[in-house]
Design a protein around this ligand. Sequence first.
Ligand code: GRF
Length: 199
Amino acid sequence: MKKIAVLVSGGGSNMQSIVDSTKKGVLKGIAKVVLVISNNVCAYALERAEKEKIKTACFERKYYSDDRSYDNDILRALKSCEADIVCLAGYMRIVGKNIIDAYPGRILNIHPALLPKYGGKGMYGHHVHEAVVKAGECKSGATVHFADENYDTGSIIAQQEVDVLKDDTPQTLAKRVLEAEHKIYPEAILKIITKKSEE
Ligand code: GRF
């Protein structure tokens, strides 16, 4: 069984989809979520994790003097739960180099657009869907990629296209993209686990 740690900041629907897939989906018998870490004590994701009886931890940046000591504490938590894979799921921070270096090819992120389009600093949540609708795109989608020290630049593991409909608003588009995210994230994790075990 591979151990997954999930880093979250908000609602945690992607975290939930990963947990669900370990119970009755593509990751059943293959992986389990052992720890959910949040940088936001109010994140609903923490409540979801507690309902699932998954260990949680919260590290708020404001209590640290610098990023390095903050990321060191997160790294310590990841090590203590013996995480094999780290999934960023709506985690609103760049992951520190110390963490990236400790988990080469094992930190994944999900983004609500077809990267490399509509990625980068400031492109998150509703900003992404607003930009896609404003540009008159006919396709958007979801991307799972490796995390690196920049915003949304790591190599792509999986993508799913979503049609942008003529009468879509950023909200209606976000809803359909989120459904695609929930499908591809567990599949992308499975892909990485399978690949790693063949190496
Ligand atoms: C998702 O759209 C994800 O792609 C982005 O942040 C959102 C998180 O949603 N990185 P949730 O917290 O998983 O519901």
